[in-house]
Design a protein around this ligand. Structure first.
Ligand SMILES: Cc1ncc(COP(=O)(O)O)c(C=O)c1O
Length: 1015
């Protein structure tokens, strides 16, 4: 509920008890059954469950007006007979056929009674989250209801009513009830409202519901994909401008959301899909939403005067005020453009007109830069997927950037370097480009102008006659610096040209309000830092509205608003009409997917219901094709951070010099080997370099089989060791999973040592699980064979981040060795400092394997892997058959591996894994107490698992999938795994610090509160 409750103090005196209600239902309707009293503002309401049906019984107050009830009755009958599919309470007559029978209460007063069919659903106010789809479905339902009400009217619908937005002018008389700053807000909207009254009065009218507040909207029980089922309570229905109904719906629907305008869009789209809106209606919608809130806070203020001690009134008021204040900061123009775009119209009403004008008024590049006699451009791609710009450090190194521009300019001396319209860019890294939207953090990335990379000191000239509307120093890092905005006319259509990054001296010479003639100077290209700290260039942009801006104007937009800005800021190349400046459309991920589906193997899976297209990595973030940043808690491959500059440069440099194979001597292979071995216990002293984890395990298998002369391998349940035939044959995750055909002859699986939900539970279960290893050895012996090897990850990853219980490895290794087998530790996922306390996972268990396989992290994304073993194993393997690997151990890979190890050391990433991992684990354990769906929190360092299950330990697979998808919507990547795919895995790049842990925790907290996550 929001402010303006119409609760009355006489309520207790006229109350109808449940007992009385039972009597009424039985006498009038012959209905007996379960009775539940419901809250009601005016009537006394009861739900009755009888004979497999449910009803709503309403008993009125003494003196309820017959004609008003008849109006309601006729209205509901009209709606229930419409062909719109609207669900609404259907009136039911009493045994005598009366729809509004009367009874006498205990005090002899007449009460009017009504019975309706019950409408199932949850209240909107109880639904969490309010998703885009739900907002859309609210709009759809509201539009459908308006449609259903067409053609119906009643004399009482045209009554005086304070809650009718069309009659809101009364609120001006109560301004004095508010403090000054609040008065300013109310006046602002009232002024605008009164200004358009004449136009507004001419808009189409009909009878509308007029009160789709969060307690009148019923939502389906589906917790994952809820839809609005019905809008109930027609007590406020009124004959008024149709658009008022949408305004009322919006005023409640967008409350409490960080970005109310963003939330309004799907509602408008949904409404329009069912009841097409007219352009004139959209023009007043922004103010009408506010006016409903103005009525609400005014009613509330009046009630507060009457009941100053009523705390409820104060609280309910706060939400409406919060929204009013936010709404006030939104530009009315921008709201209009957004609503138009939501209805499939060009966001700017005159966009087409401008385009036509521009096509008839082309300008030459030399008009903008008369000092540079160049007519053609060379396009420069600075988009998020572009490679010219390099990584973040390179992009921010202004000297380097300029050097590259100069070099490029030498290659194309006759052309002007330019581009960037609607380009998604990742270079806007300051917090000024960020906000918290309805679905987590978002950053502005879509570039709205064209950048011309011309030398500092180049004069810039006006393209058209105009007036200076802004001549300022837009100071600050990554701002415009010297900025000029001119206002021009295309016929009678005003438009603006923006010229950013000029010298202060040249800009401040011009005076706001001053006239400029075509061809006159508007500034001179500036240098850093006065130009906002960029390599020198002109940012040139067109706008069809200044919105609410005076001294600035966005040059970059949020991806979610791109289509609105595209219309508001047309392509400047409409003026220049140069082929090389034509903005390249951003390819949709669906295009990429279509090709992939056709030409790549179907067994390659894609993450998420709506797959992501990643085009850039940066530390702990991945960035998609629109420049949206995702916190990555999945990719332990990018061990020291996505595209770590030291690792990248090392690889680039070595690649430029030499890349051969291990048949030649090369220092890189020795250096890498030495650095790698320094992290191992002395017994593990020989290295073979390969290209992937699979290859490493394949080689480890061959080594074990060659050394022992045996074939049989003991492997873990739900273990995964790689994609080759050999690896799949020892991966229960595969052969026991979809498409698998069970364990092959020589593989013997031992139970997953899961002390939380496994066959043995609790801290003491290690020896019990090790016993299964012994049993398998007995089984192999019974076949007349010996084990070749036992392979186990040091923390089971695909198994669901299962930490091995104490003593399991120690005892299992002892059994295997006693039988002559070798022990292989698969460190492909967990190695290289990730577990925090130790550098390698097996060290957590005080054992030394015979063979260790290393993969993913060691190359930080470059295909590099290794097998480290004892001298005995290495010598036994070298039986004369050469081991050649074309790519394994090449100088580039070795340089990269060395650099990864050095970065881990220099940036103290193992220590960070310990500190941040412990912090995160502790916080998650606290969360576990709050949310019973978290069954277990486990893991070491930055290799953690959150297992979702109910109180009986039944795995909650769907909840895990929901959580991963919702986290993605919040800008955080998480993966799920485990035998029942109910474990959320946390294994981010090791540059995941406390701030990132907090971001993760905050989002988890939010989503764990959502309906679908409840047990
Ligand atoms: C534990 C484990 N071992 C081996 C592999 C195989 O590594 P790759 O995919 O590099 O071949 C994987 C891959 O996910 C793994 O998780």
């Amino acid at each position: 509920m929001i402010a303006g409750s119409r609760m009355s103090t006489e309520y207790p005196k006229v109350k109808i008890s449940e007992k009385e209600a039972r009597g009424i239902a039985e006498n009038l309707y012959g209905i007996t059954g379960g009775f539940f009293a419901l809250p009601g503002e005016i009537d006394f309401n009861f739900r009755i469950d009888a004979g497999g049906k449910s009803y709503l019984l309403k008993v009125g107050r003494p003196g309820a007006k017959q004609d008003f009830l008849e109006f309601q009755l006729a209205l509901l009958q009209h709606v229930s007979q419409s062909d719109t599919g609207i669900i609404s309470p259907v009136p039911i007559p009493d045994l005598q056929g009366n729809y509004i029978p009367e009874i006498k209460d205990d005090d002899g007063r007449t009460r009017k009674v009504r019975l309706f069919s019950w409408v199932e659903g949850r209240l909107w106010s109880e639904v969490n989250p309010v998703s885009r789809d739900l907002l859309y479905s609210l709009g759809e339902e509201a539009g459908r209801l308006t449609r259903a009400l067409q053609g119906f009217n009643h004399p009482l619908a045209e009554r005086e009513f304070e809650w009718d937005v069309a009659q809101a002018a009364w609120t001006r008389d109560y301004l004095k009830l508010f403090k000054e700053e609040n008065q300013e807000i109310l006046k602002f909207f009232l002024d605008q409202y009164e200004n358009f009254l004449e136009r507004y009065g001419k808009l189409r009218k009909s009878l509308v519901h007029n009160d789709a507040n969060d307690n009148n909207v019923l939502v389906s029980e589906d917790q994952a994909r809820p839809r609005v089922r019905a809008i109930i309570d027609f007590g406020d229905a009124i004959f008024t401008q149709v658009i008022n109904d949408l305004a009322v719906t919006l005023a409640y629907a967008v409350m409490d959301l960080p970005d109310p305008l963003g939330a309004a869009i799907p509602v408008v789209t949904g409404y329009h899909s069912q009841f097409p809106l007219e352009e004139d209606e959209l023009e007043v919608l922004y103010v009408l939403v506010a006016m409903r809130l103005v009525i609400s806070v005014s009613k509330s203020a009046i009630n507060k005067e009457k009941e100053p001690d009523n705390e409820y009134l104060q609280i309910s008021d706060a939400q409406a005020w919060e929204l009013l204040k936010k709404w006030r900061t939104i530009s009315a123009d921008f709201a209009l453009f957004s609503f138009r775009q939501a209805c499939g119209l060009p966001a700017h009403p005159r966009e087409k007109e401008f385009k036509e004008w521009a096509s008839e008024h082309p300008v030459a590049l030399t008009s903008l830069f008369p000092g540079i006699q160049k007519e053609q451009v060379h396009p420069l791609d600075l988009s998020v997927s572009g490679t010219w710009i390099g990584d973040r450090d390179e992009a921010n190194d202004l000297d380097l950037f300029q050097l590259k521009i100069d070099r490029l300019q030498k290659e194309v001396p006759e052309k002007l370097i330019a581009g960037g319209y609607l380009e998604p860019r990742a270079i806007y890294s300051t917090s000024a480009y960020e906000r918290t939207g309805n679905y987590g953090k978002e950053s502005r990335s879509i570039h709205l102008g064209i950048d011309f990379w011309v030398p500092p000191g180049t004069p810039v000239h006006a393209l058209f006659d105009g007036e200076v509307v802004c001549a300022v120093n837009d100071a600050g890092d990554k701002e415009y610096g010297g900025l000029i905005i001119l206002r021009h006319l295309a016929g009678d259509l005003p438009f603006y040209t923006l010229h950013g990054h000029q010298t202060l001296e040249s800009v401040l010479k011009l005076k706001e309000g001053g006239k400029i003639r075509k061809g006159e100077p508007v500034g001179v290209i500036g240098s850093p830092p006065e130009n906002g700290n960029w390599a020198p260039h002109l940012h040139f942009q067109l706008m069809l509205s200044m919105l609410n801006h005076r001294d600035d104007f966005p040059g970059v937009a949020y991806p979610s608003e791109m289509d609105i800005w595209r219309s508001l800021c047309p392509d400047p190349n409409m003026l220049f009409q140069l082929r090389d400046l034509v903005a390249k459309p951003i390819p949709e991920p669906s295009e990429t997917m279509a090709y992939r589906k056709e030409h790549l193997g179907k067994s390659l899976s894609l993450s998420y219901d709506e797959p992501l297209k990643m085009v850039r990595g940066d530390g702990v973030f991945l960035i998609d094709h629109l420049g949206r940043k995702f916190l990555d808690t999945v990719n332990n491959v990018a061990h020291v951070g996505h595209e770590h500059p030291r690792v990248v440069r090392t690889g680039q440099k070595q690649m430029a010099v030499l890349n051969t194979n291990t048949r030649y001597l090369h220092d890189n292979i020795n250096i890498f080997t030495r650095e790698l071995l320094s992290t191992f216990p002395g017994e593990l002293s020989v290295v073979h370099l390969v290209n992937s984890g699979s290859e490493a395990n394949e080689l480890a298998l061959r080594m074990a089989r060659t050394c022992t002369g045996q074939m049989d391998v003991i492997a873990m349940e739900v273990g995964y060791h790689g994609n080759t035939t050999g690896c799949v044959s020892i991966s229960s995750y595969k052969f026991d999973g979809k498409g698998g055909t069970g364990a092959p002859e020589h593989t013997h699986v031992v139970p997953l040592p899961d002390r939380f939900r496994g066959v043995h539970r609790g801290e003491e279960s290690g020896p019990l699980y090790a016993e299964h290893v012994r049993e398998r050895i007995d089984q192999i012996h019974s076949l007349g064979r010996e084990p070749a090897a036992f392979i186990c990850e040091s923390i089971m990853s695909c198994g669901g981040q299962i930490e091995l219980p104490d003593r399991f490895l120690e005892l299992a290794y002892a059994h295997v060795r006693k039988a002559g087998g070798l022990c292989i530790a698969d460190e492909v996922q967990v190695g290289c400092g990730r577990v925090g306390r130790e550098f390698w996972g097996f060290q957590l268990h005080g054992v030394v394997p015979d063979i260790v396989t290393i993969g993913k992290p060691i190359g930080n994304g470059h295909p590099l892997a290794a097998v480290v073993c004892t001298r005995t194993v290495a010598d036994a393997f070298a039986n004369g058959m050469e081991y050649f690997n074309t790519f394994g151990g090449n100088p580039v890979s070795c340089a990269i591996g060395t650099e990864v190890l050095r970065v881990v050391r220099d940036e103290k990433l193992q220590q960070n894994a310990l500190d941040t991992g412990n912090y995160l684990k502790n916080e998650l354990r606290k969360m576990q107490k709050q949310f019973p769906v978290i069954g277990d929190v486990r893991g070491q360092g930055l290799f953690l698992g959150i297992e979702l299950c109910d109180r009986d330990l039944t795995p909650q697979t769907e909840k895990a999938a929901y959580l991963a998808n919702r986290m993605k919507e919040m800008g955080i990547l998480m993966s799920t795994d485990g035998r029942d795919v109910n474990v959320m895995k946390v294994k981010p790049p090791m540059v995941f610090y406390r701030e990132h842990a907090d971001q993760l925790l905050e989002a988890l907290q939010r989503i764990l509160h959502e309906d679908f996550m409840q047990l």
